[in-house]
Design a protein around this ligand. Sequence first.
Ligand code: C2E
Ligand code: CA
Ligand code: CA
Ligand code: CA
Length: 280
Amino acid sequence: MDYVEYGIQKAKDSPSHDVHFTETVMREYEEEKKILEIMQQSVEQRRFRVWYQPVSHLESGFASAEALLRLNDYEGNPVPPSRFIPIAEESGMIDDLSWIVLEEVCELLEKHPESQVKSISINMSMQQFADAGLEKRILDCLKRHHLTPDRLKIEVTERVLLHDMAYMKNVMYNMNHAGIGFYLDDFGTGYSNLASVLEFPFECVKLDKSLLIGFPGNPDSEMLVKTLIELFHSMGEKVVVEGIEDAAQAEFLKALGADRIQGYYYSKPLPEEAFEKYYL
Ligand code: C2E
Ligand code: CA
Ligand code: CA
Ligand code: CA
């Protein structure tokens, strides 16, 4: 979809008598345009950064990590991914960004063949899967950096799966066959459909932090998380719990049998240099 047309369309649809509505839409449109500009420049000038959030593997003591995009505006202030990722997806820029992340991750892993960090996961949007060359492109990148496919994991949300389930199943099984592992991201948000999840080749499920309301201490939240962990284990999947912010949560999840925890308690996302220094 043409980006400019999209903005105009929005403004045109608004009731003409409602000046405030139109103003709000125009302001939003201007801001989106600005973010898009920042993104375009940042790609050209290679100013996007990839940060890494370590994930603690409770049993083995090993760690893995999730790669997260970081963008600063012209003044050097961070633009949150929740702001720029949707614009990148809408405008098609997410493609460029995904390749930047993949390349950065592979480059970093190649430098540390013996690291305790066995794998790093990247987030992928719907657009990447529409690309028929996706599998080849990822495998080529891994090969170029002398990496086995098990060092890279791909996180997808249910939203991506539900877009076209038959197609996604096919793509994911093919890639999985080539050795690339998939994680189901943000489980517990949106339309969590267990039946659909069963049909995809996930090796790991990430429970969203929104399931941890008043946790521990809230019996409902505790029972829900406990049941989900048992369920996914019985399906042969590892369970990561996201958004762990304190020791009480970490301890309780360990007792419930969670395999891994990710959150500020273990580590915030780190710039590459810090992650490399302390974890790789
Ligand atoms: P996500 O995939 O669920 O990533 C985890 C988010 O939770 C990150 O937000 C991380 O900073 C945050 N987080 C981690 N631990 C805690 C905690 O203990 N408490 C709280 N409150 N938050 C925690 P971030 O980096 O702002 O990214 C937001 C979202 O943007 C990501 O959510 C992901 O959906 C998207 N995103 C980030 N990088 C990429 C990318 O390279 N490609 C795509 N397609 N999406 C990305
Ligand atoms: Ca690099
Ligand atoms: Ca993720
Ligand atoms: Ca998540």
